[in-house]
Every structure is written in structure tokens, then in C-alpha cells.
Design a protein around this ligand. Sequence first.
Ligand code: CA
Length: 219
Amino acid sequence: MRILLAEDETLLSDQIKTLLISEGRAVDVAFDGDEAHFLGETEPYDVIILDIGLPGQDGISVLKKWRSAGVDTPVLILTARDGWSDRVDGLDAGADDYMTKPFNMSELAARVRAMLRRSSGQTNPLFEKGNFVFDTRTGRVTLDGIPVDLTSQEVAVLSYLIHNSGRLISRTELSEHIYAYDGDRDSNTIAVFITRLRKKLGTELIQTIRGRGYMVDAA
Ligand code: CA
């Protein structure tokens, strides 16, 4: 799952980025409103974290532009402690959730996970199918209750397919959602990850539709 983080305080931005990467997300960072606006409108993100107090265009203006341009990505806004009017304006402009600075990093991570679940229409944090269970909170996988060892990239691929279960996903779409903007994208490596996942999880879970992509059936 790929996330845009628009936050101009470098220390906070680094902390959030590190946290999200540790959860297996691909993260692009914008340090001002113009860059955030451009990236959010041109790249396919699964969640956007948007500071309201950005240099250049402020966060509320950026959010309004995205929404009027039809960008419907879930947006979490970050506001100052006394910024109740920013929270009201942000929610009215189309934000899905907010956090007030300073905040707890675990709470931010949990809110992002909840937004990803909501946007995929999955209310249960566990995705279960036969003997297969994927925990969207931890990225852990079990087969018949036994943990399966997956690499972070295998988890990233699996997580995107599961959050979009019931839908055919092309290799291009997968690579756009598991690699950051400056990531080394190669759709051939996607095929390699899928092969490894099918080897570890059995061939039933991930269907390959020749020449078109991959699909995990809804739970
Ligand atoms: Ca700021």
C-alpha cells in the first residue's frame, strides 16, 4: 500500500516515514503544498497524510483541489493542538480523519490501517479464506494456524491483493502501489513475488489471469 506523506517538519516527517515503512508501506514525502498537490493528483495513493500547515499552498487548499479534481483517496489531516477550526474546515473539505499534534505514533499507524480497511470495505482486520489467515494489523500470515515466513515485499504484494480482493489487479497497478515514486519499478519482479507467494501459500489463493493480472477472491 502506497502512502503520500505531506509534512514540512523534517524530524516529524522522518519519524512517520520510518514508522510507515516498518509497516511495509511504500512512502512518498512532500515538504510543501505544491509538491503535495502535484503528487496527490498524479500518483495513485492508498492513503494520504496531510499536514494542514504547509508552506506554499496550505493543506486545506490542497485537499479542496484534490476533491474537486475527483481524487477520492482517503486523507488523514494533521493539525495543531488548538486547531479546531482547521479540523472542521478539513473534514468539511473532504478529510476522512484527523490527528492533533503531538500524537502517538502507534495511534497514527492504527488510524492508517483502519482507513485502508474502510476504503477496501473490510471491517474485519483478519482476512480468512479456508486455512489461510492474513492479519492486516501485523501483516502476519498463517496456514492452518502455523505462521508462514514472508519477506516484506511479499507481504506488500499480498496486502494490496487482499485489500482489493474480488478485483483483477494488473502487474502495473501492483507495482504502482508497492513501490515509492523513486522506487526501482520492474513489473517482472512482481511475477517473481507472485510465484514465491504461490509456492509458500499454495496455488489456490492467488489466481493468475494470463496476460491480465492477479486476483484474490473476496473472503
Ligand atoms: Ca507544518
